[in-house]
Design a protein around this ligand. Sequence first.
Ligand code: AYL
Length: 528
Amino acid sequence: MSFHSPFPDVEIPSTSIYEFLFGSLTDAELELPAFVDGPSGAVTTYGELIAHINGVAGALAARGIEPGDVVALHSPNVPAFGSVFHGILRAGATATTINALYTADDIAKQLEDSKAKFLFTVSPLLPQAKAGAEQAGLAAESIVVLDGSEGYASLRDLLTELAPTPRVTIDPEEHLAVLPYSSGTTGRPKGVMLTHRNLVANVCQASEALGGGQHRILSVLPFFHIYGMTVLLNIALRNRSTLVTMPRFDLMEFLRITSEHKCTQVFIAPPIAVALAKHPAVDQFDLSSVELVFSGAAPLDANLGQAVAQRLNCQVRQGYGMSEMSPVSHLIPVNRDDVALDSVGFTVPNMECKLVDPGTGEEIQVPESGVSEPGELWCKGPNIMRGYLGNAEATAETLVEDGYLRTGDIATVSSDGVVSIVDRLKELIKYKGYQVPPAELEALLLTHPQIADAAVIGVIDDEGEEVPKAFVVRQAESGLTEQEVIDFVAEKVSPHKKVRAVEFLDAVPKSAAGKILRKDLRARESAS
Ligand code: AYL
């Protein structure tokens, strides 16, 4: 028994994301601030943004980038992100956004897998970008350092070329706009193929529930991740809001910038809610401009959410989704005060969902009153990805019958359509909202000469945060310590992927087919 969004369908224009966001900009709107660089206060107007987007598209075309080519963007949140991101799409190319925390190895893998022909980065990230590009065989001429660096073209260099914007035809249904990387339900990160229509659709589906209208938006959540890309960047630009950017999280800067720029909407992942609810520094700032704090990407504790709402005297709302859904499928609308914060609210317009018993494969009934039994959440709608790049097998496991996407999350639904995420079926770990694919850490652990076998799962630490924990089988007579395992991994991975707890086992529990029985490890963990 499937359930629809309780809201009427919205119209989704059949157009490129550029046309959709900027096609109707008026002369008066060109003067509005699109971006404010939080640290410096520098403003980019909508008029400047459009000029820069067209300039980037022209410069890419002049360098031989054609529709269908992939261009990588590796940058923290700075105003130029918007110009480059939309410039790539304007040229008809596909943007693959790279996590700013990634190591050279991670960068090389994504460049190779996506077959990126060009890379934009920033000077603070150049050492790892350069090493990754070399490993992937990308020449220095194909790298632009936005803020400039000896031996590389800068964004200004590109813009002063004044190369004509190419005329490209974009079929919104087919043309890939972005390729963010996600490990999905299993394995290593894969390129998530999202079309122009996917991106346009999700803006249409989620914008209204977030209040629509013009806002000043504190933008610390990374634009390279789909949350920042759609929910911050694209929805804000569509509504002629102002994005106040921060390249990294620092509580004092976050509070100062929110207060100084009178931000009205603040988007966070749950760890920031802890600081907003508990840190004494919050009282030193005037945060009265804040109307909405919106959390997504990992479960928000309802009490914590309420504490933030009380302390800041604002609304707190939660959303849920996946990179594979562009990403928003569920959220609590701003105009609804009656929805429990431990839920993820309602299915967004134009979507249909069902819950499937992971044991029997049978559909779970939606009750006439009360709350359903838990089941795996399956979703369908115009925001669902086309598949994983070059990976038909993973695509077939995720996009199943009748256009449904298997989320790998366990949910319940109430008779009035409120969905709650109650567990995770898939192996993915979320650390502070960032994806940590256990398969990657397991493969790395197995390269240690004293490790015979390993399995990694997410566990909840003393602060209530999900962290990666490794279960390790040592080689015979090895005296390897827990700390040595932690250090071994920490040296090789980006900070969010560090193993933060270790336990030694005699054997990793496995199925007859050799698959790690993660649920046995989880059961062991909750029993301890
Ligand atoms: P990815 N509660 C519980 N789990 C969540 C939540 C939530 N609110 N949001 C995301 N997840 C988990 O691709 C869940 O396991 O996209 C899901 O399958 O990095 C996985 O994270 C997807 O991870 C918004 C704002 C969605 C943000 C997002 C997040 C996109 C994260 C809707 O309004």
